[in-house]
Design a protein around this ligand. Structure first.
Ligand code: MLT
Length: 408
């Protein structure tokens, strides 16, 4: 008899951001006049930059001409974009990549979720706690996470605690701890906004090399780094033999609606003698028909000189919001971190209020939406995430409302 994939039945309720949207929708229905400010999901608000818009128009025109029309492109991405990305890594990070080590896709969310396809079903996965829920939920869908406990933990996942005690940066497993096969790391971090220094990242690379683990490195927020720390795991020696990196145009250049990302699979990366680049290529050519030509032409424009200048201005705009939010929270005596190398500010809820209670209070009394820390895992309980992706005016208004809520 046909059965569903029963691993899905283990998943709690709904995906975090769907649950938030549901709660906000219910509140809006009961208070249609409410002026709600969303600093919840990390979605950008600034328009695409002129270079990108120009490239999009040109690509549309090409699609209108018989000689320039394009149908299916290479599943791995067009050469022009893979070369532009490799060029950027070489220029900005002194990281040498071959264009065929770069696989263009429609999103880092899909890639970080789909990557599990090329590993054994019983691979042991380690995640930070708190963590971007995609890594956990997709591990659960394949059965790798085991069973979901009442304490909000999955039985087969290895949790790497990230707390204020370790600066929200996970420590290596000890000599007697189980060894993970796959280690998801995201830096600058979603949700805590913490960044990782070169020494700490080197420790993880050395650990992975020693134990034959693979690091799945989500670098979606690297463009927000302001300090002298690695933007790419491939800045660390040895990483080419133990790491896969995920890049995204969403927060880099405002492509959350346009959709474009890439995954770096170095040729040196082998598991049991098998090239992961070859396996991922096999997976992508079978299950994916490539990102749209329009999005890829837009992506190419991001790496031009004017494109780089223009996106730097937009990133600086959001960074100003991040500073304002963090400062505003600190002025209220609240414990806040992040926001320096990341567009996320991680706030300790006052008086040990639970994350969801704080969410409801903020929504109902200030009409401000954030993201409850516990939605990112048990280690996020008692925390709350605000994003810097609003407009200056709406961010200032949100901070004003939060201030009024605390000081009257
Ligand atoms: C977030 O808010 O955590 C992110 O925007 C979600 C995502 O990138 O998928």
């Amino acid at each position: 008899m046909l059965k569903v994939n029963e691993h899905f039945l283990q998943l709690p309720g709904s995906y975090l951001f769907s649950e938030i949207a549901r709660r906000v929708g219910a509140y809006r229905a009961s208070k249609p006049e409410a002026d709600i400010i969303s600093l919840g999901i990390g979605d950008v608000t600034r328009p695409l930059v002129p270079s990108v818009i120009r490239a999009l128009h040109e690509a549309v025109e090409e699609q209108a001409g018989e000689k320039t029309f394009r149908g299916y492109g290479p599943e791995q991405g067009y050469g022009f974009l893979r070369e532009a990305i490799a060029g950027h890594y070489a220029r900005r990070r002194q990281v040498a990549l071959q264009p065929d080590e770069i696989f263009v896709s429609d999103g880092a969310k899909s890639d970080t979720g789909n990557i599990g396809d090329i590993f054994a079903p019983d691979a042991v996965v380690a995640v930070c706690d708190p963590v971007y829920p995609v890594y956990v939920d997709t591990s659960a869908m394949t059965g790798r996470a085991g069973t979901y406990g009442k304490d909000g933990r999955w039985s087969r996942l290895i949790y790497l605690p990230c707390s204020r005690d370790n600066g929200f940066c996970p420590q290596l497993p000890g000599p007697h701890d189980p060894v993970p096969d796959l280690i998801y790391l995201c830096f600058p971090n979603n949700p805590t906004g913490a960044a990782i220094k070169a020494d700490a990242l080197r420790d993880w690379v050395d650990y992975a090399l020693r134990h034959g683990s693979v690091i799945l490195y989500d670098a979606a927020y690297e463009a927000y780094i302001t300090e002298d720390i690695p933007h790419s795991i491939f800045e660390i020696e040895g990483a080419r033999s133990c790491a896969i990196e995920f890049g995204s145009f969403s927060k880099l250049a405002g492509f959350t609606g346009l959709r474009l990302a890439f995954t770096v699979m170095p040729h040196d990366l082998r598991v049991g003698g098998v090239s992961l680049n070859k396996l991922w290529n096999r997976r992508q050519t079978t299950k994916f028909n490539g990102a749209s030509y329009l999005a890829q032409k837009a992506g190419e424009a991001v790496y031009t000189e004017p494109g780089q200048r223009e996106i730097a201005e937009v990133i600086a705009y959001y960074q100003q919001n991040a500073r304002q939010i963090r400062q505003g929270l600190s002025d209220l005596g609240l414990e806040a971190s992040g926001g320096v190398n990341a567009p996320y500010i991680w706030l300790r809820t006052p008086d040990n209020t639970s994350s969801w209670d704080f969410f409801d209070t903020l929504l109902q009394q200030a009409q401000v939406v954030g993201t409850p820390g516990s939605g990112f895992g048990p280690g996020g309980e008692g925390y709350f995430r605000l994003t810097a992706f609003g407009s200056h005016a709406r961010t200032a208004e949100a901070m004003d409302r939060i201030r009024r809520l605390f000081v009257g």
